[in-house]
Write a new protein. Structure first.
Length: 334
């Protein structure tokens, strides 16, 4: 059985396009539903019939390992039928539009769509034309909602409540959809969030933080600090999440050189010493070891990078389940 959610907790979202529209109660419901999914995943046969008869179509226009595979595993664990479409082998290469592709997969029986696209906002367009739920597996620079939720889940599993805890996101903030979605979830849950990187890779975020401090752009009650002072950022941090330098999205001239970036902002053991002794090390992946994170830091005992990957399955099961509108009390395990 999947236990019923706490009284009063209801899910009212049709899609998962980003987490900016999720209240703290919504996020908490996802976390608790993911706890139920973790229990299922611990069973010898981690499968329940929650989505039996539901067809989940996974369309990725951009490369992915973790997100695509964990959505597929999650959907199969819920007994959904899964169809995978790689844009490179679909009629997209013949010029078919996003809208035509979405209408086509709907005509082929898709009940839910999971998608990744290089263009920010593409899942919102898909949600306008598709009759069922759309889950965003990452769109351009804009958002990666399921990554932010699994990051939060991983922090809570180790630290409990994140309220008041100092969480540092370090690196290429400018091009990061992961950072943007994490801002919403972490501040909604009351974390003391610090964004740190070279000034060229923080462009626009300082203005956001100023509006935030003025109370003009604060969706949550957490703190939100933007700085290039890595020593101040890491001091007494309880979580340090390094981000990949996203060179595929980067204009020339933003960084003097990779070597200088790594020397000034790479997460090394020496730098990490400024954080709490038990500070969690995180990275959404894929990692460029030796650039944004030293190889020996990525494998420290307190690194939870592989926990993030594993927790992605439970969190994505929770989201698929909540979007399916099923009633937990009516379900039986299998
Ligand atoms: N974190 C993340 O989105 O990884 P993938 O690109 O491998 O899905």
């Amino acid at each position: 059985m999947i236990a019923a959610p706490a009284p009063g907790a209801t899910w009212q979202h049709r899609h998962v396009l980003d987490v900016d529209v999720f209240s703290a109660a919504d996020i908490d419901l996802v976390m608790r539903t993911a706890d139920e999914m973790k229990e299922i995943l611990a069973r010898p046969i981690p499968k329940v019939p929650a989505l039996r008869g539901t067809s989940v179509t996974i369309i990725f226009w951009e490369a992915s390992t973790r997100t695509r595979v964990s959505f597929e595993v999650a959907a199969k664990n819920l007994s959904a039928d899964v169809v995978n479409i790689a844009a490179g082998t679909s009629s997209v290469v013949k010029g078919e539009s996003l809208v035509d592709t979405i209408r086509t997969v709907e005509a082929l029986g898709a009940d839910m769509i999971v998608m990744r696209h290089s263009v920010s906002g593409a899942p919102y367009l898909a949600a306008e034309v598709f009759g069922g739920p759309v889950l965003n597996g990452g769109d351009g620079w804009h958002g990666h909602p399921t990554q932010a939720l699994l990051d939060l889940y991983t922090m809570r599993a180790r630290l409990g409540d994140v309220a008041g805890r100092k969480v540092v996101i370090l690196g290429d903030i400018l091009h990061s959809r992961v950072a943007r979605s994490n801002i919403w979830t972490l501040t909604a849950m009351g974390a003391d969030l610090w964004l740190c990187g070279p000034t060229t890779l923080l462009r626009g975020f300082d203005a956001w933080a100023t509006r935030w401090a003025d109370g003009r752009a604060a969706p949550g009650h957490g703190r939100f600090t933007v700085t290039s002072d890595i020593d101040a950022a890491l001091r007494d941090a309880e979580v340090v999440m390094a981000l990949r330098l996203q060179r595929e999205r980067m204009d020339a001239g933003l960084l003097p050189s990779l070597r200088e970036y790594s020397a000034r902002f790479g997460l090394t053991r020496e730098r990490l010493a400024a954080a709490r002794p038990d500070a969690l090390v995180m990275h959404p992946g894929p990692m460029n070891e030796g650039v944004e994170i030293a190889a020996d830091v990525a494998v420290l005992d307190r690194s939870v990078i592989l926990d993030q990957v594993a927790n992605g399955v439970a969190v994505r099961m929770a989201l698929l389940y909540l979007l399916s509108g099923g009633h937990p009390e009516g379900m039986s395990g299998g």
